[in-house]
Design a protein around this ligand. Structure first.
Ligand code: ARG
Length: 429
């Protein structure tokens, strides 16, 4: 038996000081093995915590029962869906949050909340240490440990999967030996899944072969576009101050709105992303994402924002959005810059009220109608027919002359043409 790892950072637990552990428990193989292993190896008590962020199809009572059967002294199941929607997904929508051109950050948004709950329940149940099931290769360890170290410097962390050197086979053997039920067949390793109200990711197996196009069985949330209905469907999304409040005219609470958007999008095959991603820890990986709610709500939000913003606001915001997305991806949820950016997001979104109609059809989502009391748009001005004197077309040439002046001068200089003599200017004398 290899020795328990000694800490290399200030927040990792010294094995001698581990007596009561709050384990972030999912009910899966890693955290089930961990539940036993921590009791055995640290001779510590384990309090399990499972956080419900809207993982579809999860039976949390079964998870709870399993934790207790494996010797947890207590198991808390926390329904954090509402908080997740309001405090994490809504700000992400205001920031059009997408990392690396395709990932709407559902896991990255969930981890700081899960870790904050771990801190809360660890304190409440007198634990000295928090344990989680992250590997040493992913972003989630960064997000969870940065959160714990920020919010609770008095608590320590252990991450057994990072050090125990058991592969899947060894874990299954350990599970069998210790009476831990192993779900499903054990021959084929399953995809590594993470999901919540905002999306679902699959990793592992053939996904690691870049020349392997997606096998159909990876799509468990979104209908494959080729099997989606032959008739398009239009969905309208209403926003107030940057957050979605209604679908198809029906006002909905945040969790239900997210679930309904996901359901409609999934039916039409929208939100499939086959993504190459630069992880914070240096690795480049491939993920398959299914993000039907995000495909609908982010598209609608962006469209509405564009309608109510000025050219200057619309040019700046994407750079700040990208910054926000990167901080959250990188696990720096508690970094003050994120709050600074949120202040800007709130200000910009104060105008984002209105309704966008989207057409969904076999994997595509496209804005088709737009309406807002704050639109910086006037059909009278934009029309090709008479604009009623509000826009002076006669003023345009003067604008073009001055607006293009520096660019023209530079072009002449660089092409050896020289700046034309004043006599050549229209008003030259
Ligand atoms: N690549 C995404 C991220 O870093 C998804 C990770 C999924 N996490 C997981 N434990 N399977 O946020």
């Amino acid at each position: 038996m290899e020795a328990l790892p000694q800490p290399t950072s200030s927040y990792e637990a010294d094995p001698a000081d581990v007596h009561r552990v709050l384990l972030l428990y999912s009910g899966g193989l890693d955290t089930s093995v961990m539940l036993k292993w921590i009791q055995d190896r640290y001779e510590a008590e384990v309090v399990a915590l499972t956080v419900n962020l809207g993982q579809p199809g999860e039976d949390f009572e079964v998870v709870r029962g399993k934790a207790l059967a494996l010797g947890a002294v207590d198991c808390h199941v926390v329904d954090a869906r509402e908080e997740f929607a309001r405090e994490y997904v809504w700000p992400a929508i205001k920031a059009n949050a997408v990392y690396g051109l395709g990932y709407p950050l559902f896991t990255a948004l969930g981890r700081p909340l899960i870790a904050a709950k771990a801190v809360e329940y660890a304190r409440r149940s007198g634990c000295d240490t928090i344990a989680h099931g992250c590997t040493g290769k992913g972003n989630d360890q960064v997000r969870i440990e940065a959160t714990v170290a920020t919010l609770a410097p008095e608590l320590k962390v252990v991450a057994p999967v990072r050090s125990w050197q058991m592969g899947r086979e060894e874990e299954i053997a350990y599970a069998r030996e210790h009476g831990i039920p192993v779900k499903g067949g054990t021959e084929v390793a399953p995809y590594s899944i993470d999901d919540n109200l905002w999306g679902r990711s699959s990793e592992g197996r053939w996904i690691e072969d870049l020349d392997h196009a997606p096998d159909d069985d990876v799509f468990q949330l979104v209908t494959r576009p080729e099997e989606a209905p032959d008739e398009p469907e239009t969905v309208s999304v209403a926003f107030e101050r940057g957050v979605p409040v209604a679908l198809n005219g029906e006002r909905l609470e945040p969790v239900e709105l997210l679930e309904r958007a996901a359901e409609i999008g999934a039916r039409h095959g929208v939100g499939i992303v086959d993504h190459i991603e630069d992880r914070i820890v240096g690795l480049k990986v491939r993920d398959i994402y299914e993000v039907p709610a995000a495909a609908i709500l982010l598209t609608a939000h962006q469209e509405l924002e564009k309608l109510v913003g000025t050219i200057h606001q619309n040019q700046l915001k994407p750079t700040l959005d990208q910054r926000w997305g990167y901080l959250v991806y990188a696990g720096l949820w508690w970094e003050p810059l994120r709050e600074d950016l949120d202040a800007y997001m709130d200000a910009a979104n104060a105008q984002v009220t209105g309704t966008i109609g989207l057409k969904l059809y076999k994997g595509s989502v496209r804005a088709v109608t737009r309406e807002s009391p704050n639109a910086v748009y006037d059909a009278q001005l934009a029309t090709f027919s008479d604009s009623g004197g509000l826009f002076s077309q006669a003023a345009s040439p003067g604008f073009i002359e001055l607006f293009s002046l520096q660019s023209r001068m530079a072009w002449w200089v660089r092409h050896g043409a020289g700046v034309p003599a004043p006599a050549d200017q229209p008003d030259g004398t």
